[in-house]
Design a protein around this ligand. Sequence first.
Ligand SMILES: [Zn+2]
Length: 124
Amino acid sequence: MIERAARDAGRRDTRKKDAAPRGIFRHRSGVWAARFTCGAGHIHQERVGPLKSDAVRVYHDRRARVQDEPGWCPVTERETKRAEARTAQARPCDLSRLRKGIPGLGETASPGMAHGSIAHKRDG
Ligand SMILES: [Zn+2]
Protein backbone atom coordinates (compact mmCIF):
# COMPACT_ATOMS: atom_id res chain seq x y z
CA MET A 1 0.00 0.00 0.00
CA ILE A 2 2.58 2.53 1.11
CA GLU A 3 4.96 1.37 -1.60
CA ARG A 4 2.38 1.86 -4.33
CA ALA A 5 1.55 5.36 -3.11
CA ALA A 6 5.21 6.29 -3.23
CA ARG A 7 5.57 4.94 -6.75
CA ASP A 8 2.50 6.87 -7.91
CA ALA A 9 3.93 10.04 -6.44
CA GLY A 10 7.16 9.42 -8.29
CA ARG A 11 5.36 8.87 -11.57
CA ARG A 12 3.54 12.17 -11.23
CA ASP A 13 6.89 13.95 -11.15
CA THR A 14 7.75 12.77 -14.64
CA ARG A 15 5.15 15.22 -15.92
CA LYS A 16 7.94 17.77 -15.58
CA LYS A 17 8.95 16.97 -19.15
CA ASP A 18 6.02 19.19 -20.10
CA ALA A 19 7.78 22.14 -18.45
CA ALA A 20 4.37 23.27 -17.30
CA PRO A 21 3.40 24.52 -13.85
CA ARG A 22 0.77 22.84 -11.73
CA GLY A 23 -2.65 22.74 -13.37
CA ILE A 24 -1.27 23.58 -16.82
CA PHE A 25 -0.89 21.07 -19.62
CA ARG A 26 -0.58 20.79 -23.35
CA HIS A 27 -3.91 19.93 -24.93
CA ARG A 28 -3.89 17.36 -27.74
CA SER A 29 -4.73 20.13 -30.21
CA GLY A 30 -1.38 21.75 -29.39
CA VAL A 31 -2.63 24.65 -27.30
CA TRP A 32 -2.10 25.19 -23.60
CA ALA A 33 -4.90 24.30 -21.27
CA ALA A 34 -5.75 24.65 -17.60
CA ARG A 35 -7.02 21.83 -15.42
CA PHE A 36 -8.79 22.69 -12.20
CA THR A 37 -11.33 21.36 -9.75
CA CYS A 38 -14.49 23.43 -9.52
CA GLY A 39 -16.58 24.15 -6.46
CA ALA A 40 -18.79 21.19 -7.30
CA GLY A 41 -15.82 18.84 -7.32
CA HIS A 42 -15.59 18.23 -11.08
CA ILE A 43 -12.24 18.23 -12.80
CA HIS A 44 -12.50 20.73 -15.62
CA GLN A 45 -10.14 21.09 -18.54
CA GLU A 46 -10.20 24.37 -20.35
CA ARG A 47 -8.31 25.03 -23.55
CA VAL A 48 -6.74 28.47 -23.51
CA GLY A 49 -4.37 29.18 -26.39
CA PRO A 50 -0.80 29.13 -27.70
CA LEU A 51 0.57 31.16 -24.78
CA LYS A 52 1.41 29.23 -21.65
CA SER A 53 1.22 32.40 -19.57
CA ASP A 54 -2.41 32.78 -20.63
CA ALA A 55 -3.17 29.28 -19.45
CA VAL A 56 -1.47 30.04 -16.13
CA ARG A 57 -3.60 33.16 -15.78
CA VAL A 58 -6.80 31.23 -16.52
CA TYR A 59 -5.81 28.54 -14.05
CA HIS A 60 -5.24 31.04 -11.24
CA ASP A 61 -8.39 32.87 -12.24
CA ARG A 62 -10.51 29.73 -11.93
CA ARG A 63 -8.87 28.72 -8.67
CA ALA A 64 -9.54 32.14 -7.21
CA ARG A 65 -13.14 31.94 -8.35
CA VAL A 66 -13.60 28.57 -6.68
CA GLN A 67 -12.21 30.04 -3.47
CA ASP A 68 -14.38 33.16 -3.70
CA GLU A 69 -17.62 31.44 -4.61
CA PRO A 70 -18.16 28.12 -2.88
CA GLY A 71 -19.88 25.68 -5.21
CA TRP A 72 -18.98 27.65 -8.33
CA CYS A 73 -18.88 25.56 -11.49
CA PRO A 74 -18.19 26.91 -15.01
CA VAL A 75 -20.71 24.52 -16.55
CA THR A 76 -23.50 25.86 -14.37
CA GLU A 77 -22.33 29.37 -15.14
CA ARG A 78 -22.33 28.68 -18.87
CA GLU A 79 -25.93 27.50 -18.66
CA THR A 80 -26.86 30.70 -16.88
CA LYS A 81 -25.10 32.79 -19.52
CA ARG A 82 -26.84 30.88 -22.29
CA ALA A 83 -30.18 31.64 -20.72
CA GLU A 84 -29.24 35.29 -20.48
CA ALA A 85 -28.23 35.32 -24.15
CA ARG A 86 -31.59 33.86 -25.08
CA THR A 87 -33.31 36.63 -23.18
CA ALA A 88 -31.18 39.22 -24.97
CA GLN A 89 -31.99 37.74 -28.38
CA ALA A 90 -35.69 37.80 -27.66
CA ARG A 91 -35.50 41.55 -27.28
CA PRO A 92 -36.48 43.48 -30.43
CA CYS A 93 -33.54 44.59 -32.52
CA ASP A 94 -32.46 48.09 -31.55
CA LEU A 95 -31.24 48.88 -35.04
CA SER A 96 -34.54 48.28 -36.81
CA ARG A 97 -36.32 50.28 -34.15
CA LEU A 98 -33.87 53.08 -34.75
CA ARG A 99 -34.43 52.93 -38.49
CA LYS A 100 -38.16 53.12 -38.08
CA GLY A 101 -37.72 56.13 -35.83
CA ILE A 102 -35.63 58.12 -38.31
CA PRO A 103 -37.50 59.31 -41.40
CA GLY A 104 -35.70 58.48 -44.63
CA LEU A 105 -33.61 55.64 -43.22
CA GLY A 106 -36.50 53.23 -42.93
CA GLU A 107 -37.49 53.69 -46.54
CA THR A 108 -34.40 52.12 -48.05
CA ALA A 109 -34.32 48.85 -46.17
CA SER A 110 -37.25 46.59 -45.52
CA PRO A 111 -37.71 45.73 -41.83
CA GLY A 112 -37.39 42.03 -42.57
CA MET A 113 -34.05 42.42 -44.28
CA ALA A 114 -32.65 44.57 -41.53
CA HIS A 115 -33.45 41.88 -39.04
CA GLY A 116 -32.23 38.89 -40.99
CA SER A 117 -28.86 40.35 -41.92
CA ILE A 118 -27.73 40.86 -38.36
CA ALA A 119 -26.08 37.82 -36.87
CA HIS A 120 -26.39 37.27 -33.18
CA LYS A 121 -24.14 34.25 -33.24
CA ARG A 122 -21.89 33.75 -30.28
CA ASP A 123 -19.17 31.29 -29.52
CA GLY A 124 -20.15 28.99 -26.73
ZN1 LIG B 1 -17.88 21.77 -12.37
